[in-house]
Design a protein around this ligand. Structure first.
Ligand SMILES: Cc1ncc(C[n+]2csc(CCOP(=O)(O)OP(=O)(O)O)c2C)c(N)n1
Ligand SMILES: [Mg+2]
Length: 365
């Protein structure tokens, strides 16, 4: 069989305008549940807009937006159980909000404060902090899933990454061990078509990223990552499968990064406005809004109420973030090593001395 001919499932329930393409999963009849998904996506987008504004006005550090990818994280956050473990990457605000990471914690994190990763919420505190080193979390997830398997616990580890991350050794090694040991882990790939300035088509020769799972001995499939119903339905099955001891799944969610890579990037330098404009027609929030309005489950007044309520919540989180006294600079080293390698320990001591001199105003370098 030619690799390009591996025939993998692709699931989509709503078209770009929110029209059902055929029968929908039964759970979609529960209007409150679907409205809950919509609310979570819109809250994420409002948070996102606010954090970018904070960055542009110098009140927060570099930020990775999830604009256009809200459906994926929302589906994840709505389906994982409290005792499952989520191992996120850096575009997972939607899932993290639903796991109970507070907006203030997120702001602290992007403001460069370690305490933003010390989640206070009962569920979130069992999750991992988000990973910026690409694909490393895929191996961590296999470690967590191994523990569940060894202890015989019906718990699932779910990890996310981007399309570019699937080219990394860490990712491929994680798939291998997940398949070899039949671990209760789900890999969710946010294929947003770009790895910073590198387009999907030159990242990897395989026609789909999902088929990487086939080489590791388990199922991979594609879904429309901008159709929250499709992501939730396929993810529900993947999570159940893992929980029942039937092994891992790779879900490739096809989406588009509507934003710059981060606030430190300018995507107009490497992709066309035409491509981005086209992608806006497929974005997840408007699509679900159209569906909900057609069903009579949503309207303009509910939309306005949700926006007002979220803006107030955001303002409170910003006030709390800005009122938080800065951390001691040496905190940056605190959770790095239990036993420090000698060369790094020396650097840490030098840094500590400089901090003390600087505080005393004696450092004029
Ligand atoms: C190990 C490692 N190498 C390189 C980087 C720099 N880097 C940050 S994001 C990124 C691209 C990731 O692209 P993708 O996996 O598609 O995720 P996306 O940002 O598009 O969601 C790179 C190379 C890094 N963070 N970690
Ligand atoms: Mg990408």
């Amino acid at each position: 069989m030619s690799p390009s001919r591996i025939d993998l499932p692709y699931t989509r329930y709503l078209d770009a305008d929110g029209q059902p393409l055929g029968p929908l999963p039964d759970w979609v009849e529960d209007g409150a549940r679907v409205v809950g998904l919509y609310r979570a996506m819109l809250r994420t987008r409002l948070l996102d807009q606010k954090v970018i504004a904070l960055q542009r006005t110098g009140r927060i550090g570099t930020y990775a937006s999830s604009l256009g990818q809200e459906a994926i994280g929302t589906a994840i956050g709505s389906l994982l159980r409290g005792d499952d473990v989520f191992l996120p990457y850096y575009r997972d605000s939607a899932a993290q909000l639903l796991r109970g990471v507070s907006m203030r914690e997120m702001l602290l994190y992007w403001g460069g404060d370690e305490r933003g990763s010390a989640y206070a919420g009962a569920v979130a505190s069992g999750d991992f902090p988000l990973c910026v080193p690409i694909a490393t979390q895929a191996l961590h997830a296999c470690g967590v899933a191994s523990a569940f398997k060894i202890r015989g616990e019906p718990r699932v580890a779910l990890t996310t990454c981007g399309d570019g991350a699937t080219s990394k050794g860490d990712f491929l090694e994680a798939l291998n061990v997940a398949g070899a040991w039949q671990l209760p882990v789900v890999f969710v790939v946010n294929n947003n078509q770009w790895a910073i300035s590198v387009p999907r088509r030159i990242q990897c020769g395989a026609p789909t990223l999902a088929q990487k799972a086939i080489g590791a001995g388990f199922a991979g499939e594609q879904v429309d990552g901008n159709d929250v119903i499709a992501v939730a339905e396929r993810l529900r099955q993947a999570i159940d499968h893992a929980r029942q001891g039937k092994g891992p799944t790779l879900l490739e969610c096809i989406t588009y990064r509507l934003c710059d890579h981060t606030t430190a990037d300018d995507a107009t330098r490497y992709r066309s406005a035409e491509e981005v404009n086209q992608a806006w027609h497929e974005e997840p929030i408007k699509r679900l809004q159209n569906f909900l309005v057609a069903r009579g489950w949503w309207d303009e007044s509910r939309e306005q109420a949700l926006v007002a309520e979220t803006q107030a919540e955001l303002q409170q989180a910003i006030d709390a973030y800005e009122a938080t006294p800065p951390q001691d600079l040496q905190e940056v080293f605190r959770h790095v090593y239990a036993d420090w390698p000698a060369a790094l320990a020396e650097q840490r001591e030098q840094f500590a001395e400089r901090v003390v001199r600087r505080t005393q105003g004696a450092d004029h370098e």
